[in-house]
Design a protein around this ligand. Structure first.
Ligand SMILES: C[S@@+](CC[C@H](N)C(=O)[O-])C[C@H]1O[C@@H](n2cnc3c(N)ncnc32)[C@H](O)[C@@H]1O
Length: 227
């Protein structure tokens, strides 16, 4: 694995500490809606192969095999990758431990780059977006699935209460790590809004960039094409 920045080492340690209960909590805390969101994002992939950045425990990589022939999953947490490795035995998925900002792949290798619930955690988002563009083939597609701030005020208030009170409580109860689950709402709060993320993708050079809300804007999919 390449040398990680101090920020990325901290993030890697945090995800490794919650890795054993990550899948269980993910599905419980989202009432399984996370599975539908990943399916929707993966349905946008085309072509033969995909790079799943921040693959974690490999749910997106596994789902992506319904759309493409082969997938490489990359993540900076060995703890998350080890959990994922148990789920991909016999599947056409390879795993690599590396950071999104410094991908160990040649230029123009992939038809698709997908990142689900990962870009929010990446400290240097612009460098990561440049890396995604570099490893995409011309006409290749970037798909970003990420939490954001819900569109409707009343729903947003209920969701804020849920994510700032209930979620850290259950997260601590099951994973033993409260801070990882207080990190989630605060990282969403400081994440660029949907138009800003779109403009970042355009600034890096992606074309036809658009976004779609999922479940009242709890999550969004952004997509763009490399020219
Ligand atoms: C919330 S999990 C999402 C995992 C998976 N994509 C999913 O849909 O469940 C975020 C993942 O991003 C990884 N991650 C965070 N920052 C990263 C970075 N800079 N480069 C690569 N992976 C990163 C973490 O290790 C973690 O596995």
């Amino acid at each position: 694995m390449h040398e990680l920045s101090a920020k990325n080492r901290k993030i890697s340690d945090m995800f490794s500490s919650i890795a054993p209960t990550y899948d269980l909590l993910n599905h419980y805390l989202s009432f399984n809606i996370d599975k539908l969101w990943r399916k929707r994002a993966v349905s946008m992939l085309d072509g033969k192969n995909a790079l799943d950045v921040a693959t974690g425990t490999c749910d997106v990589a596994i789902e992506a095999l319904n759309r493409v022939d082969s997938v490489i999953g990359v993540d900076l947490s060995m703890g998350m990758l080890n959990m994922g490795a148990e789920k991909i035995v016999g599947k056409n998925i390879d795993l690599v431990c590396a950071a999104a900002e410094n991908l160990p792949f040649k230029d123009e290798m992939f038809d698709n780059v997908i990142i689900a619930f990962g870009i929010r955690n990446v400290p240097d988002k612009i460098s990561a977006l440049y890396e995604f563009k570099r490893v995409l083939k011309p006409k290749g597609k970037l798909v970003v699935l990420e939490f954001n701030k819900p569109i409707y005020k009343t729903f947003g208030a209920i969701y804020n209460l849920y994510s700032s009170v209930f979620l850290p409580f259950l997260g601590k109860l099951i994973s033993g790590n409260r801070s990882a689950y207080t990190y989630l709402p605060s990282s969403i709060k400081y994440f660029p809004d949907v138009d800003f993320l779109k403009s970042m993708m355009e600034r890096v050079g992606f074309k036809n960039v658009f976004y779609v809300p999922l479940t009242f804007g709890v999550s969004f999919i952004h997509s763009g094409i490399k020219e």
